[in-house]
Write a protein that binds this ligand. Structure first.
Ligand code: 13P
Length: 346
């Protein structure tokens, strides 16, 4: 298969009606934080056990088309010796890989951050591909205040995202471009909308400059929401209308799919917001999910590091995936949450 055909095949496998992506690519320090909250030691074995559980969930392929893995996971095996990327692929799910090396302070821009990891990226992508990865993810973050992010941060992060996407295309890997406008802080929804619009305009300008073929990439944006320190979140109708308004202004129709991150929303909020967007008029691109916390929080709570809880933890994942799958088609009803909780224990 030529590179173009390979990229198209990966895009077609990822962008499917009623399906989204599971983000299971937390770096070791981040997964340690999640484990600490449930009293689990952050050892490599616990990470392997937890991720084997997630990826081995029976039936997951009905609602999940791709999983983003962390580098360590690519080389790990399930209890029966199956490489974890293969466990994923067996369910008809495409394995992907987080390739950025995290964020650092942006020099000469107090309060702003820049994502690193471009050096040696082409070589790493070749290795990841051999281990089964077909798509990649790079996350840029933007802190929000009355003055942040600066123009410099918006331009520097857009350039890094576009360079990453171009390198992925060269290596036959589909890039997920993730500009995350952070929910932390006390900003209003209007300020979030203003920042998100500026960020997305710059990202697509940079993608154009770097000659990235938009048909072969996916966008993973944050939703337009009020900051976490606001007394309450904006109404669902406002979040959905403002998010879609900004996306329609900035994202060319050639982009095949938009997969939102959850960014600190509760699992139910992330689902109801996605559902509300999909109930608006048809959009040029599919609107789906690529959630980390909003899919995994109930799983971690059910698991608590105990092998005996593995089955109910998998049930919790399948349930959230099913609800978000319904939200992708505007078929979610909050009453479905209660129905899920009342299922008899297996
Ligand atoms: P959240 O859904 O928890 O924001 O995670 C998605 C992700 O991949 C962040 O990079």
């Amino acid at each position: 298969m030529g590179d173009r055909d390979q990229l198209q095949a990966t895009v077609d496998s990822l962008v499917q009606a009623g399906k989204g992506i599971l983000a299971a690519d937390e770096s070791s320090p981040t997964i340690a934080k999640r484990f600490k909250a449930i009293g689990v030691e952050p050892t490599e074995e616990n990470r392997r056990a937890y991720r084997s559980l997630l990826l081995g969930t029976p039936g997951l392929g009905a609602f999940i088309s791709g999983v983003i893995l962390y580098e360590e996971t690519l080389g790990q095996r399930s209890d029966d010796g199956t490489p974890l990327p293969e466990l994923v692929a067996r369910q008809g799910i495409v394995p992907g890989i987080k390739v950025d090396a995290g964020k650092i302070a942006l020099a000469h821009a107090p309060g702003d951050e820049i994502t690193q990891g471009l050096d040696g990226l082409a070589k790493r992508l070749g290795d990841y591909k051999e281990q089964g990865a077909r798509f990649a993810k790079w996350r840029a973050v933007y802190n929000v205040s009355d003055t942040l992010p600066s123009r410099l941060a918006i331009e520097a992060n857009a350039d890094a995202l576009a360079r990453y996407a171009a390198i992925c295309h060269n290596e036959g890997v589909v890039p997920i471009v993730e500009p995350e406008v952070l929910m932390d802080g006390g900003h209003t929804l209007e300020r979030c909308a203003e920042v998100t619009e500026a960020v997305l305009h710059e990202v697509f300008a940079a993608l154009h400059s770097h000659r990235v073929v938009l048909e072969h990439m996916l966008l993973k944006p944050s939703m337009v929401v009020a900051g976490k320190k606001q007394a309450q979140q904006a109404p669902v109708a406002e979040v959905s209308a403002q998010t879609v308004r900004v996306l329609r202004r900035c994202v060319p129709a050639a982009v095949p799919g938009i997969f939102f991150l959850s960014g600190g929303q509760t699992p139910a909020e992330a689902t109801v917001h996605l559902d509300a967007m999909n109930r608006l008029a048809p959009q040029p691109w599919g609107l789906s999910f690529s959630y980390g916390r909003a899919l995994q929080e109930p799983v971690l709570q059910a698991w608590k590091g105990q092998a005996v809880n593995a089955r109910s933890a998998q049930d919790a994942l399948l349930e959230r995936a099913r609800l978000n799958g319904a939200a992708c088609e505007g078929r979610y009803d909050p009453a479905m949450e209660a129905a899920g909780r009342q299922r008899p224990a297996k």
